[in-house]
Write a protein that binds this ligand. Structure first.
Ligand code: SF4
Length: 300
């Protein structure tokens, strides 16, 4: 099956327009639904901690992602520093909360994309990219000129603005958002934003409109579509039943959904019961039952 990344269909001018539109959102930053208005181009830090320059924690072929992304040569992950959510249980709090990483230029970022392609990775997996989307688009324009052809994976926490997503229409082939909570109060308490379910659900609807359900090639490697991650939390704090019903009814029962069991208390979670413990067998089985009731078969 021949595959062409979505952005290959964009002319130089079209990509430039998208860069300008994204850059405009960066002026008094409105890249994510927080709309904190930080003057990042002047060096000010936003609520997410990001400032002017792109900061990355690491990059390389990654084999721990979902099977259709990993294939046999790995997913070409680029881990961006900072995050627009403040999950008190984040496993990567040194990167997300503390901003561990190094500043790089958009030219360097383009070079990293090409390096990952040269290593044989199946995709460029942008991990927590939301606050750097203008710079990612600039890097993409450079990398495309220099021969990048791999699909882009937009791997995010789900807290996305429709305005930003409309700019990414025709650029991103694979969206991989989290759907963390069904109850807004839980989202506010544990991730620091009042409107998480509303924003994440409208974002997922838009992502699905752009790319549809997941498609794979003859080797089972993802080429285009939506994958959703849902982490089961103790005492059903994630609202698994409601999330699964939303996916089945408003997106598609054929959606690729990775229901994840690996919750462990990290960062500040040890002081916040019931997040201070892992998920029990009973809670896990209950989550799977709720997914089955909604008509969702989990994949990973
Ligand atoms: S991406 Fe960061 S700086 Fe921009 S609006 Fe969101 S929190 Fe603020």
């Amino acid at each position: 099956m021949s595959f062409t990344a979505a952005y290959m269909g964009l002319s130089h001018e079209e990509l430039k327009e998208k860069i300008l539109a994204a850059r405009e959102l960066l002026e008094g930053c409105r890249l994510c639904p927080r709309q904190c208005g930080a003057r990042r181009t002047e060096g000010e830090e936003g609520d997410c901690g990001a400032a002017k320059e792109v900061k990355i924690a690491s990059y390389g072929p990654h084999y721990g992602e979902e099977r259709p992304l990993v294939g046999f040569k790995g997913s070409g992950t680029i881990f961006f520093s900072h995050c627009n959510l403040e999950c008190i249980y984040c496993q990567n709090c040194d990167i997300s909360w503390e901003g561990r990483g190094r500043e790089i230029s958009v030219e360097d970022l383009a070079g990293i994309m090409l390096k990952l392609q040269d290593k044989g990775c199946h995709n460029i997996n942008l991990v927590t990219p939301t606050h750097y989307t203008p710079q990612i688009l600039e890097a993409l324009a450079i990398a495309k000129e220099d021969g990048l052809v791999l699909p882009l994976v937009y791997n995010c926490g789900g807290y996305e603005s429709l305005e930003m997503l409309s700019i990414l229409d025709g650029v991103i082939d694979i969206y991989m958002p989290d759907l963390k909570y069904f109850d807004p109060e839980v989202g506010e308490k544990y991730s620091g934003v009042k409107d998480y379910p509303f924003r994440a659900m409208e974002a997922v609807r838009e992502m699905h409109r752009q790319v549809g359900v997941l498609k794979v090639d003859e080797n089972g490697i993802a080429t285009r579509g939506l994958l959703i991650r849902h982490l089961v939390l103790p005492e059903n704090l994630a609202g698994t039943g409601g999330v699964m019903e939303f996916i089945a009814k408003e997106i598609s029962p054929d959606t690729f959904v990775n229901i994840m069991r690996q919750y462990r208390p990290a960062h500040r979670a040890r002081k916040h019961p019931p997040l201070s413990r892992s998920v029990t067998h009973h809670e896990w089985n209950q989550a799977l039952d709720e997914a089955a009731r909604a008509g969702i078969s989990p994949r990973g």
